[in-house]
Write a protein that binds this ligand. Sequence first.
Ligand code: SF4
Ligand code: SF4
Length: 362
Amino acid sequence: MRRALRKLREAAVFARAMASPHHPVLVQIVPVRRCNLACAYCNEFDHSSAPVPTPVLLRRLDRLIELGASIITFSGGEPLLHPELDTLVRHVRRAGRMATIITNGYLLSPELIRRFNRAGLDYLQVSIDNVEPDDVSRKSLRVLERKLEWLARLARFEVTINCVLGAGVRRPADALLITRHARRLGFHSTLGLIHDSRGQAVPLDPESLRVFDEITRLHDSVYSFAHFDRFQRELARGRPAPWHCPAGGRFLYVCEDGLVHYCSQRRGSPGLPLEQYSLEDLIREGATPKRCADFCTISCVRQTAMLDEVRQRPSVALAELALRRGRTPPFLRFLYWLFFGHPLAPWLRRTLAMRLRSAGAP
Ligand code: SF4
Ligand code: SF4
């Protein structure tokens, strides 16, 4: 039942993104910059900062909710180092928005998983880089195995395992083992490409490319479907994957100081305080071309942009997606049918847009 309701809420996020072009679909917010690990490729953490006080974060969440944010993701640093993360999740869920967490998983415990269940967490992503720890990363299957079993047994939220390929990964074949293990436990799996210090792709070596192609064949979710076909294949081979990056509009990154940035790799742009961030800022920054776009590996922003492609050119975007893999995932097919495919679809879109406007959606 929980899963079915979550799917309905996901459909509502999609519908809202179709009807209203300016609210943020996805926001990443940093509740603590500190991390308990030090992965060699990472530039998103320190070893000293204190958690942002909960009342300050609650005010930031309220502002994001006012701006219309649909999905709020807690990242870091390591977000589980925030002692009241479940309170923050509950706040997001009580406002009717989706709440997700990206973690290295080290601090997970049965009690914490139960707290996230009670708070109504929607998704938790655990990043795993290798099977055995090495000097690049200690986000390792061997270390996290017991935590994953707890998640499989106790979590009432969806779990995604993200593994990475690219420069610095010693044993690319580990990504395949991790993906298969995730599947066995009933989790979703995603694959990220390691980027350089400016968020830009580095082409994969032949062995990593072979593993990449094999993992690509295993994925079949809506996002991975678009995700791989639309840009990862190009970037993995060192080719540009042009797009319009909507960061600053459809996607926001709110740092520990409460400033809005395009993403974790473009801190400082625009770097405006969240409490003053307005609809005008969303429209202007979302429309600003980003010079880093062609080789950008930040998949969550790419996925967010995909929604706007579907909104602006529904039949073209969906036909392109379908042609690339020869089939469209059932969820996407259903949404397409709901909003574009049957005789009452135009009425449904108009009604939804009117309701959203009267509910104050930007
Ligand atoms: S666990 Fe995550 S935040 Fe921490 S150093 Fe590694 S990649 Fe960075
Ligand atoms: S293209 Fe967008 S998401 Fe990618 S690095 Fe640049 S600002 Fe960030």
